[in-house]
Design a protein around this ligand. Structure first.
Ligand SMILES: Cc1ncc(COP(=O)(O)O)c(C=O)c1O
Length: 437
């Protein structure tokens, strides 16, 4: 441990909402990250949900090494072979008629592109997003995000409406309990219609609202949403930043749902830890956009190196059969968490799919009041005990752990993580009752 480096981290870096810098991190491999004291910490967040193959998977390392020998970066108008190879492989995975891709860096960007395209083609500017959504931090993506902090940054892009999210555990319109009947969508769309200035463009949604608390919409939700979007002349955009490429045991959430959006954005899980994102659409939409002069020209569009990593990600998922693995390991983890729920009244609900699970912590199961203090305390204790967990906490949307280990995690690592969670919960509850007495 280098105390000077720790001090420098505190003195020289801008804080961007990441919490206190108590330790620095030096390396990561597989499911394990190491801090500057040599402590090994199980990573149940897959980095920032990006390292689905585990950290520094040999296939990614190889692709980066080889590609960096060939080309790291080119003039944005030059299309590298690596990009075309990735587009071809992606084309094999995509549900028809989705086919054409463009490759950029972040999820925020891929949603900017999707929204720009939808606006250009429809000629409208009105966008509907779901409560609890997170589509990124750049202009239009931030305007369509409702799980992130919106205060203090000035006005957002106009034209965005929010409809209540299908969160049956804590129904935003106080109507359902445990089973969503989609009244939330109806109410939201009625309000949208009332406020619309007649310039509809797009509906954007995450198939599972992850940052909003791992909310899984009910069966039929997206079929209905797609119908409603179409009837208003709006394009349906799926933001599959977290759900694509195996995390939930499917190639895409769209394939599992049987709903193919007009435009899909993918990001986090495509790059194996490198910044890589894509906006994907059909021949017809691409042609319309192109004919209207669509452009999105950035320094790192179509960069070869991350594209090579993306190709390695898709090939490795196929080779290691990771879709199946996500389902099997997800079921194993779910079983262990269900057993914990039997013992802890504070675990109100466990939800999710594959290896994207959420644990909703409550003060009691009847009122379902979010247990924010317990969430904070236990997350901290988990880290001390060697488990990195991510808590999503908002008074209106709960204290929800998002558990998303790499798809390459072992059963032993999953069990160790659950044991740590058990110990941390027990100790944190003891601590809270000590404080209260
Ligand atoms: C569903 C979803 N979309 C978009 C984004 C934004 O991606 P990025 O942080 O890469 O810009 C995120 C990030 O958390 C996300 O979860």
């Amino acid at each position: 441990m280098d105390p000077e480096l720790r001090d420098a981290a505190r003195d020289l870096l801008i804080r961007y909402g990441q919490g206190e810098t108590e330790r620095l991190f030096v390396s990561s491999k597989g499911t394990v990250v190491r801090d500057d004291e040599g402590r090994e910490i199980l990573d149940f967040t897959s980095g920032q949900m990006c390292a689905t193959l585990g950290h520094s998977h040999p296939a990614i390392v190889k692709a980066i090494r080889e590609s960096s020998e060939d080309a790291i970066h080119l003039f944005s108008g030059m299309i590298p072979e690596q990009v075309v190879r990735l587009a071809k492989k992606l084309g094999e995975w995509l549900p028809a008629p989705l086919k054409r891709s463009m490759f950029v860096n972040t999820g925020s960007e891929s949603n900017e592109i999707a929204l720009r395209m939808a606006k250009m083609i429809t000629g409208g500017y009105e966008v509907i997003a779901l409560g609890g959504s997170w589509h990124g931090v750049t202009g239009q993506s931030a305007a369509a995000s409702f799980a992130s902090e919106r205060r203090g940054y000035g006005p957002k892009v106009p034209g965005v409406s929010v409809i209540p999210e299908p969160y049956s555990y804590r129904c935003p319109i106080r109507h359902c309990r445990d089973k969503c009947d989609m009244s939330c969508m109806k109410v939201g769309l009625d309000l949208f219609d009332m406020a619309s200035e007649g310039a509809p463009a797009a509906v954007i949604a995450e198939p599972i609202l992850s940052a909003g608390g791992v909310i899984v919409p009910p069966d039929g939700y997206f079929q209905t949403l797609q119908k409603e979007a179409k009837s208003r002349g709006m394009m349906l955009i799926f933001d599959e930043a977290q759900t694509a490429f195996g995390r939930i045991g499917e190639k895409f959430a769209a394939t599992g749902l049987g709903v193919t959006p007009d435009i899909m954005s993918v990001s986090k899980t495509l790059g194996g830890g490198l910044p890589l994102a894509a906006t994907i659409t059909t021949d017809e939409i691409e042609e319309q956009a192109h004919s209207r002069g669509f452009s999105y020209y950035t320094s790192h569009v179509s960069d070869p190196l991350p594209a090579a990593a993306g190709l390695a990600v898709l090939e490795t998922i196929e080779k290691e059969n990771l879709l199946k693995r996500a389902k099997e390991l997800g079921a194993h983890l779910r079983g262990s968490l269900d057993a914990l729920q039997q013992r802890y009244e504070v675990i109100g609900e466990i939800r999710g799919q594959g290896l994207l699970l959420g644990i909703d912590l409550v003060k009691d199961r009847e009122s379902r009041e979010p247990h924010l203090d317990l969430g904070d305390l236990t997350t901290r204790r988990c880290m001390e005990l060697g488990l990195s967990m991510n808590i999503k906490r908002r008074p209106e949307r709960g204290a929800v752990w998002r558990i998303a280990p790499p798809l390459t995690v072992t059963v032993d690592e999953l069990d160790r993580g659950t044991d740590i969670l058990d110990q941390a919960l027990r100790e944190s509850l003891d601590e809270l009752s000590r404080r209260a007495s």
